[in-house]
Design a binder for this molecule. Structure first.
Ligand code: PFF
Length: 453
């Protein structure tokens, strides 16, 4: 990152909100949220997610943004700035997470381009049951599409044309919302969809387990880009007269709305086309790719809807992958002082190194299953359920032990009323650290099969 003197900043609140929303709204909302909601009990997952977003999520976004704005640094620099030698590792963990996400994010981005390409060619066969599983098991095709998405991200970052892409996403994002409302409306009115709507909206407490909380929390981190340094960086570009509390609220609402709509497009459709049996609901990362082509196939002009939809998903994914790559490159630049080109090339190499196994893990490397997961799921689990909670825990410690709540409140109050100050402090002092530790411990023990949650 640049030094504080030359640091650029957002022109106003709208610029800030739209840029962060461009980074936050991506595959997490459209691809990841629906398959987790389907798997972890529908309504109960939605409820837990919402509760976590307005407590945990709110508290952590405010914290990271305030720490970024106070220090004018990205995470490693921010931990250093506050002079906490013992907690320095926390800055590093925050910085490493995006490096773990970027590779598999590009693998899924590749799937999106493949589906866009196929819809452009007429969409033949996409709605068939085995299409997706055959595609991801292929030894070369997914790798080629992964490379195409990775190269697109890389070029945007290295040519410095992010602004152009961000600007177009500001127009495309509202169109995405309108299209999502339309597709969700179509989905929920199909015969048999009502059972799915009920499954998605009405919490069934018998389906609650600690795993629901673990999954919802990981999703919240992922979707709101918490625990990965990104909000520190965005906060460091935020001017002090921008109302932080209001901006954070708007970003949360936008992000959650798109995730909610995405679930409404997909979960009821699973009931329409597969009767909602548990195997179909448990489909995992492929759910969006297996379900939506069936929806489009059944509607008039479905092919055109398919093209437009996947084009919009591609843009949402690109704005997110660009900000992931940008964060990784600037962290590397900050620490090594190497040229931007060299750092970008290194990140590209790292992306291939982790991304290729993630892609092959669904096909010829299926036998490699760390903790009984596919390689992609393993990296997803490692980053979302382990590293992000640890990173967030360090942010809590930094505030509790070093910075203090008074300074954070002063920073927020510079431009906000900070109406939720009491909620914020309660969450950061008690709820977040205690729950983070409990959840982290149980998810690790569960994945090592020491306990069953
Ligand atoms: N929040 C993004 C999503 O939901 O797709 C993922 C992401 C983007 C994480 C950018 C981190 C980031 F820096």
């Amino acid at each position: 990152m640049e030094s504080s003197k030359q640091r650029s900043s957002f022109s106003g609140r709208l610029g800030y909100v739209l840029s962060v929303a461009g980074s936050a709204v991506g595959l997490g909302n459209l691809w990841r949220f629906p398959y987790l909601a389907a798997k972890y009990g529908g309504g109960i997952f939605l409820l837990v997610y919402l509760v976590l977003a307005v407590t945990f999520g709110f508290a952590l976004i405010v914290s990271e943004t305030a720490l970024g704005r106070m220090s004018r640094k990205s995470p490693i620099g921010a931990f250093h700035f506050f002079g906490s030698k013992k907690l320095k590792i926390g800055g590093w963990i925050n910085a490493i997470v995006p490096m773990m996400i970027l590779p598999y994010y590009c693998v899924i981005g590749g799937w999106v381009i493949k589906y866009l390409f196929e819809f452009l060619r007429g969409g033949n066969g996409l709605a068939e049951n085995d299409y997706f599983s055959h595609f991801i098991a292929d030894p070369t095709a997914p790798l080629i599409w992964f490379a195409v998405f990775g190269i697109a991200t890389f070029f945007v970052v290295i040519c410095g044309v992010e602004k152009g892409v961000e600007k177009s996403s500001k127009i495309l994002m509202p169109i995405l919302v309108v299209l999502a409302v339309f597709i969700a409306g179509y989905s929920v009115t199909r015969p048999g969809a009502w059972e799915g709507v009920k499954y998605y909206l009405i919490p069934d407490f018998s389906k609650f387990s600690l795993m629901t909380v673990v999954a919802a929390m990981g999703q919240m981190f992922y979707s709101l880009s918490i625990g990965m340094g990104i909000l520190y960086t965005y906060g460091s570009y935020m001017k002090r007269d921008i109302d932080m509390e209001k901006s954070v609220g708007q970003i949360e609402i936008m992000d959650t709305l798109i995730a909610f709509l995405s679930g409404l497009m997909i979960v009821p459709a699973v009931f329409v086309f597969s009767g909602g049996d548990q195997t179909a609901l448990n489909a995992g990362p492929g759910l969006m790719f297996m379900t939506l082509p069936k929806v489009f196939n059944s509607m008039p002009f479905g092919n055109i809807v398919g093209v437009v939809f996947f084009l919009l998903v591609l843009f949402a994914a690109l704005t997110s992958s660009i900000s992931l790559m940008e964060t990784c490159v600037s962290t590397l630049q900050d620490q090594t002082h190497w040229s931007r080109k060299r750092c970008s090339l290194l990140m590209w190499g790292e992306m291939l190194l982790i991304g290729i196994p993630c892609s092959l893990g669904f096909g010829i490397w299926q036998g490699i299953a760390p903790l009984n997961m596919s390689i992609l799921d393993f990296f997803d689990f490692l980053s979302n359920s382990i590293l992000m909670p640890i990173a967030a825990f360090f942010t809590c410690l930094l505030i509790i032990k070093v910075v203090g709540f008074k300074k954070i409140a002063d920073e927020v109050k510079f431009s906000s009323k900070f109406r939720r100050q009491r909620l914020y402090e309660f969450c950061m002092k008690y709820l977040v650290p205690i729950c983070l530790l409990a959840i982290l411990l149980s998810s690790v023990l569960n994945s090592l099969q020491i306990i069953k949650i």
